[in-house]
Design a protein around this ligand. Structure first.
Ligand code: FES
Length: 345
């Protein structure tokens, strides 16, 4: 492959070499496509191909490819969602409050505001701890200040970070934050919005659903949120807030003895019938997210996914042997679906 070809990125033309990745071509032409890992793992650089042919490097999902893997072959027109620039900020832990026996709400006050879209995540480094990815959210009553980042963090036995909450990580602790990242954020739209989450996946789900109610109050929205243990159903006030503003909400509990106001079983059991006009946003454990992606793909719905992993949600590589059955199945399905997705691995 040789020679010069044109690449049009969000309406701006740059000249590039055939065989270059879209990402490299954009950077060389002064038009940076949002990216993070640059190795095909995080999905941050996914772009829509409007015309032209690219060597997609096996990353095609519908009409989208990963810009860090896809290579130019002919003149090509691509587009991506404009997102806030990734920046670094510093701040201080304001409070550490137990929401449930396992889930803690941490509020960080930043010296300077960090712009992000509801549903995006940031990389947080507490003193003496490895970085972790968390989704800024609102308190369950809907409150939150512009210079605050509010996180819902599940405490894991032996977790390098979560086990330090309330100990090494306490009010006054210094915090470094980098971001925002991720594409499972709120977008204005006409079709129904279906938001599905489990556990602390409710953090980005709540941010997305609340933004939708405030910015597009006429849009149909269905919110399904749950937890395995009844004591972790901390999202009731937020669901009430959404219901009062016209959202259809369902609370689920997949563990023993679900409370009267929760439907038994996983959130996927209580999804509405999806259609190709729906936009689905899902966040939580990888199995739930993969199952929702699968159902959305089967219906031809657009799906934006934010899978949470126990240690972190950065673009870590997983050997196929580490993937469970649903994740491996989804990898195969998404190569042929028209649904826009984010990776589950
Ligand atoms: S930057 Fe392309 S997948 Fe991470």
């Amino acid at each position: 492959m040789a020679g010069q070809v044109a690449l049009v990125i969000n309406g701006r033309r740059v000249t590039a070499s055939a065989g270059q990745t879209l990402l490299d071509a954009g950077l060389a032409g002064g038009r940076a496509i949002p990216h993070d890992c640059a190795t095909g793992q995080c999905d941050t650089c996914r772009v829509r191909v409007y015309s032209g042919t690219v060597d997609d490097g096996g990353t095609r999902v519908g009409d989208t490819v990963l810009a860090c893997r896809a290579r130019l072959t002919t003149e090509t027109v691509i587009e991506f969602d404009e997102v806030p620039d990734v920046v670094r900020r510093s701040g201080t832990v304001e409070s550490v409050v137990a929401l449930t026996p396992e889930i803690v709400e941490v509020t960080v006050t930043l010296r300077k505001r960090l712009a992000y879209l509801p549903g995006q995540y940031v990389r947080v480094t507490f003193p003496g701890c490895p970085p972790r990815d968390y989704s800024p959210t609102l308190r369950t009553d809907g409150s939150g200040e512009l210079n605050e980042l509010i996180f819902s963090i599940r405490q894991l036995d032996g977790g390098a970070v979560s086990s330090q909450l309330g100990k090494q990580i306490s009010p006054g602790s210094a915090v470094k934050v980098e971001g925002p990242f991720g594409h499972a954020f709120h977008r204005l739209g006409r079709g129904r919005l279906v938001v599905v989450s489990a556990g602390v996946g409710f953090a980005p789900a709540w941010a997305v659903a609340r933004a939708s109610r405030l910015r597009e109050p006429e849009r149909d929205i269905v919110v399904v949120a749950g937890a395995r243990h009844a004591h972790n159903l901390y999202m009731r006030p937020a669901l009430q807030w959404l219901r009062e503003r016209g959202a259809a909400t369902t609370l689920t509990c997949s563990g023993a003895n679900p409370p009267d106001d929760a439907r038994p079983g996983r959130p996927t059991l209580h999804l509405p019938m999806l259609t190709a006009d729906d936009t689905v946003v899902t966040a939580g454990g990888p199995e739930l997210v993969a199952a929702v992606q699968f159902l959305a793909a089967a219906a031809g719905a657009t799906c934006y996914a934010d899978p949470f992993y126990a240690a972190e949600r950065t673009g870590t590589t997983k050997h196929p042997a580490e993937l469970n059955f649903i994740q491996r199945l989804l990898q195969r399905v998404t190569r042929h679906q028209t649904t826009k997705t984010e990776p589950v691995v």
